[in-house]
Design a protein around this ligand. Sequence first.
Ligand SMILES: O=C(O)CCC(=O)C(=O)O
Length: 263
Amino acid sequence: MASGNDSWETVRHATPEQVAFYREQGYLKFGRIFTRAEMDALRERVDGMIAALPPGKRPEGMDVPHFQDPWLFRYLADPRVLDVVEAFAGPDIVLWSSHFIAKPRGDGWVVPWHTDGTYWGNRLEPMNVITLWLAVDRSCAENGCMRVISGSHRQVAATLAMEKYEDVGQKESVFSKKIPGHLIDESKAVDLELEVGEFHFHDVWTIHGSSPNTSDLRRCGYTMRYMSASVLHRPRGNHQIYLLRGRDRTDGQNVYAPVPEMS
Ligand SMILES: O=C(O)CCC(=O)C(=O)O
């Protein structure tokens, strides 16, 4: 789906005001980094991935696609992206993870209120990750755009242990657990609506989620997750991390996978 806006401007740097807003509110709406042609190519790639999903596999759950498809490093390791990330994470930048979360039109699943830090437990220390959420499709309230609770990364509820989460009680949900409703101040909820190619960012402790997609427009976002190379990674399973810029700051404790070469 084309963007509703014909002008397509790109930005390469975050301003000090944007960094300050992110630190204060735990999220930031950002502009475009990639060109229209790059976004068209990415959307085509995702369309192919969704078409190739095995029966029963939901398109909301396309986790760590870059492990299978090194082509995605064109986006994940792009110097324009890293220039922006550097303003938030510093000069030594590691790719922690990525995920396509595509909600099909008509029956896209809910993402219940949660924080990423609770899900990642003790795998990172300190737990300090910035997620860049890239709109592969237009993302709006109607098709279940991501929502954040502004400023929640500084509240106790954000760091709630998973045992304190409650059951969602519905099958059509990306997670089975959620932060209990009485701990969420929904008056601070912000809909992060984006046109194709725009980004929003969120902190690892920001409470966020999204509504089901009952509209006739697919909603696909690409989460690109970065951290400083001073964050210690405790490996689990075959999860790999990649040093994209600068140098390791864990005295060699982190193990980095080789970054695929792009032609
Ligand atoms: O795409 C969504 O609706 C939720 C994404 C999310 O939970 C995340 O990026 O951490």
